[in-house]
Design a protein around this ligand. Sequence first.
Ligand SMILES: Nc1ncnc2c1ncn2[C@@H]1O[C@H](COP(=O)(O)OP(=O)(O)OP(=O)(O)O)[C@@H](O)[C@H]1O
Length: 658
Amino acid sequence: MAAFDPFSDQLVVEDGEIDYSFDPFSALDVEFRDKEKELSLLKLHRPKVSLKFEDLSVTAVQKNGCFRKQQQQKQILKNISAVVNSGQLLAIMGPSGSGKTTLLNLLAGRLSASSNLVGSGRITVNGKRRDPGSFKKLSAYVMQDDHMFADLTVLEQISISAKLRLPNNISKEEKERRIEAVISELGLSGVKNSFIGSETKRGVSGGERKRVSIGTELVTDPSLLFLDEPTSGLDAFNAHNVVQTLVRLARNGRAVVMTVHQPRSNIFSLFDMLLLLSEGQIVYFGPAKDALSYFSALGYNCPDHFNPADYFLDLISVDVRSSQLERNSRGRVAYLHRAYNEFLLSTEGKMLTQAEAAIEEESIQETDVTKISKYAYPYWKEFLLLLSRAWKLLVRERGVTLIRAAQTMIFAVLLGLIWLNKGRNVSSTNYIDIEGILFFILINQSFISIFGTVFTFPLERSIVLRERASGMYRVSAYYLSKTLVEVPRSILFSLFFCVVLYWMVGLRDSARSFFLFLVVIFLTSLTAEGIALTVSAGAPTPQIASAIIPLFLVVSILFGGFFLSNAQIPNYFVWLKYMSFVKYSFGALMHIQFDNCQFQIPASDCVVCDGNEVLKTSGTTDFSLGGNIGLLITIMMIFRISAYVVLRIRGPRYDKNL
Ligand SMILES: Nc1ncnc2c1ncn2[C@@H]1O[C@H](COP(=O)(O)OP(=O)(O)OP(=O)(O)O)[C@@H](O)[C@H]1O
């Protein structure tokens, strides 16, 4: 017989165990149970695992002092040993700064190789030292922040992950069934056609978003699932729902490891195993349900009706509000560390940190993991999939596109009205105005292109970094697809701008001049975007990127040939002139307007002024029209390729020693 427990919102069966698959608020659960049989048929060959870690320690090496010569070492984790088996949900819990994320990253093989952290110890999978390559295929990592495209639907997000990562030899129908199965397993069927959304765009709820994030990783059916604070930022209901989902995933034969800061009691009751960390050391590892009696035996009794998680956190936190409180709490934590080390020596303690013998014997065949090859698709197929996603996103980015189109038109009309017909009356006295107009047009285009990129790309970069870390695709395929989709939009914006402005101002009246003008404006936009992409790809934060970019832009404008004549540039800065893309754009525009052009002195009939003289006076004769355009293309290519290289280099690299 089973009864509903109103306090835990669970169906409790006769022997007192909780039926985790029951969720009174989710009708989708019924669907889940119906699909369970189907799911087992769809499983890739998922090996059972026992992840054992022994004596893990991590030290941070910090450099201090004026010239960062003094080295300081800080121990972040010390002698951590535990084990997690398929079918279990292990929660790593502890106060802020206790080392939860560092431990999770270390276990997931995601301790950054470039950071100042040095790890030691032994991590084995089914009794064998883990191999980084196969471990990556066996496991999945769900980051704390859900980096996903707001404009994709739940189904699209999970589909693209499945299509890019599932082996190529699985048929299309089978992949689709698998996608449906994951969606159903995560209880997302009801919202599969809803947009994911973001902070600014209404989409699925926080809990659903987290489950989409899990689904994105779950499509390869990993044996091990790592999650960094999956409940952070969620309300109590959603947090509970997500952890219930994780319990189900564990019950389906996976090992699930998650960090958690301060769970509610109904969430705490869902954990199978608990690892309590304080000051980088374990104070408890064992079944979550035994933790109360363990601490009780040490003289720490949790009051009745008190959330055990809150009680444990109070117990193991160092209180720094006063020196007295700090002394007392440090003493208590040191006692708990000693007690745990003694417990480890007992038979019970030794048993707890042993891997499950049955699983240990089941060695993971290389074929189990090599079935999921590094990249599922050949390059061109991967590129086409990413191209179709990039196109979808571009079309759905209607708001941004409309704003950019409106901005382009407003500037074109505004500048056109300010300088209406100026170009139709060029004379020896006002040609300098045309120089100013051309230069301003370039500044305007550069700013629009740079800021259009610098505010949108950092978000996309974080998504790409996450997808790369999961080994979804090659960066070059992504970058090529993005460029190919965005270039036509840039051409369209440049065309709008030029058609309106060129004829309103009345610049040189020839189709050839107009076409060349359009080409130069387009190339200038592409170069400016390339600069923004390179800096944004390399800068650690968008704030740093937006601080660096004006430096590039202002120097390019300053040495662009309008504000400083060649004679005014000091010898030691001449090289800056050649690095300025604005110089080549400006040179090209001047040639388009004035090459072999002749115009009159006002009130005089005879031709007295030669455009080539104007070019000489303005100092734009360093290169011919072709030379300027060629150099502009070169700079544009350098920045566009640099953006790709930086994106590749900045990709995550992990310490593979453990
Ligand atoms: N690269 C690093 N260099 C120096 N110290 C570090 C580094 N990474 C982490 N730490 C320190 O190690 C300690 C543990 O950090 P970690 O992020 O693992 O803690 P946490 O328990 O996950 O904290 P939170 O719950 O606040 O996220 C903190 O004191 C942190 O400042």
